[in-house]
Design a protein around this ligand. Structure first.
Ligand code: UDP
Ligand code: MN
Length: 256
């Protein structure tokens, strides 16, 4: 099956979490040779995610690290205010560098948020990544899609409205990296101390990636195989009202 796919998924507690993890994991069940690294944004591993993973039938590693309060998005903050998943993805990279024997393990690393939508075709597109492969992402950046612009088989620019001059002006879902690269450049990681929208760029620059290294996938970046879907926040406004009317709200023993 060639390279093992190492998928790194930060995840955080909210009413929709188990639904998102269920949907994602059941996609991943259809992907051969995959290792799912799930990193909870929490001070300790939650029972919900621990039980979920132990029953999901995937190869997985369960990690956790809590985002410090000053970096944590508050519920009324707009989502672009602070980067999400920074420490969680870095912990997963640290785990890979310390737990994988790069002499024997061939792999590809992909950052798969828990709420996106992934075509199975995407995983086979990324599997033979030599350095960094790239492709379009649907429903992102206020556009139908963002994509690398490909000329004569090479990526030359970015089709992106927002800050198109970024070194790598693409969403986290738009690229995968050969595992070996993380062992050649051991310091490469995400960083809070960069301008908004520069997480992808800071990582790829840390990995000494050049534009000419990029391998356009998905039929030279003409097919959308991943969508930056976002789940609406569920309003639980009737929970409180139920207490008045019915004596109690929903049973907290029933896991959601
Ligand atoms: N996430 C997290 N902690 C948070 C918020 C988000 O670990 O406080 C995770 C989330 O579960 C997802 C990823 O980070 O896997 C990206 O977050 P989100 O989907 O909210 O970001 P957006 O789609 O708005 O870029
Ligand atoms: Mn998202």
């Amino acid at each position: 099956q060639g390279n093992t796919l190492f998928l790194i998924t930060p995840t955080h507690t909210r009413p929709e979490q188990k639904a998102e993890l269920t949907r994602l994991s059941q996609t991943l069940l259809l992907v051969p040779n995959l290792h799912w690294i799930v990193v909870e944004d929490s001070a300790s591993k939650t029972l919900l995610v621990s039980k979920f993973l132990s029953e999901c039938s995937l190869n997985y590693t369960h990690l956790n690290v809590k985002t410090p309060d000053n970096y944590k998005l508050q519920s009324k903050d707009p989502n672009w205010l602070k980067p999400r998943g920074v420490l969680q993805r870095n912990l997963a990279l640290h785990w890979l560098r310390n737990n994988i024997d790069i002499q024997t393990q061939k792999g590809v690393v992909y950052f798969a948020d828990d709420d996106n939508t992934y075509s199975l075709k995407l995983f086979e597109e990324m599997r033979d990544t030599k350095i960094v492969s790239v492709w379009p992402v649907g429903l992102v950046g206020g556009l139908r899609y963002e994509k690398p612009i490909v000329n004569n088989g090479k990526v030359t620019q970015w089709f992106t409205y927002w800050k198109p001059r970024r070194p790598f002006a693409m969403d986290m879902a738009g690229f995968a990296v050969n595992l070996h690269r993380f062992f050649e450049f051991k310091e490469a990681k995400f960083d809070y101390n960069v301008p908004r929208g520069y997480q992808e760029s800071v990582l790829l620059q840390g990995l000494q990636v050049k534009m000419t290294d990029l391998e356009p996938k998905a039929e030279l970046c003409t097919k959308i195989l991943v969508w930056h879907t976002r789940t609406e926040k569920t309003k639980l406004k009737n929970e409180e009202r139920m207490k008045m009317q019915f004596g109690h709200g929903s049973d907290p023993q029933i896991e959601l």
